[in-house]
Design a protein around this ligand. Structure first.
Ligand SMILES: [Zn+2]
Length: 162
């Protein structure tokens, strides 16, 4: 067995086989990819399960994403990108792979796809949270309202700073 100092990029049989991660072993980056996929709405169902929504039973258009997960897109629905909440704007490459446009400002006149979960009759908006940044503002305002009701937000309640 020669020592070539070259990286093993694929499983090799024989004594060097122990250097390869056994099939099915979790990879450290997997949880990061899965969190990102969940944030992006790429939550399957994964093959070989049928591309059917687990909440309402309707079929979706399943596409592989660049995180390796699958997203269930609403079939045959293309909408102006500016009408879709950031983080839910999906695009499909000519090769058929889907990617999420994130929170970037969409170019004028563009269209995108939406994940089925945004249109799912089996989920509420509270479960989907399509406007996450607005939820954050609302939560902060709720805290401010509680502080104000407690009198802690009044100017005379502030400590004497000098
Ligand atoms: Zn559904």
């Amino acid at each position: 067995m020669g020592d070539t100092h070259e990286p093993n990029l694929f499983p090799v049989p024989g004594p060097d086989g122990h250097r390869q991660r056994p099939a099915g072993t979790p990879c450290p980056w997997e949880s990061v990819d899965r969190r990102q996929a969940a944030r992006d709405g790429a939550t399957g169902p994964e093959p070989p399960a049928r591309p059917v929504c687990p909440h309402c039973g309707l079929p979706g258009e399943r596409r592989l994403t660049y995180t390796g997960q699958h997203v269930l897109l609403e079939p045959l629905l293309t909408v102006p990108t500016h009408l879709v909440p950031g983080g839910h704007r999906w695009h499909v490459d000519p090769g058929g792979q889907a990617w999420n446009g994130g929170l970037d400002e969409p170019p004028p006149g563009t269209t995108c796809r939406v994940p089925h979960q945004l249109t799912c009759p089996g989920l509420t908006l509270d479960e989907i949270k399509p406007w996450r940044w607005l939820d954050t503002v609302r939560e902060e305002n709720a805290r401010r309202a509680w502080r104000q009701a407690d009198g802690a937000d009044r100017p005379d309640a502030l400590p004497d700073a000098g």
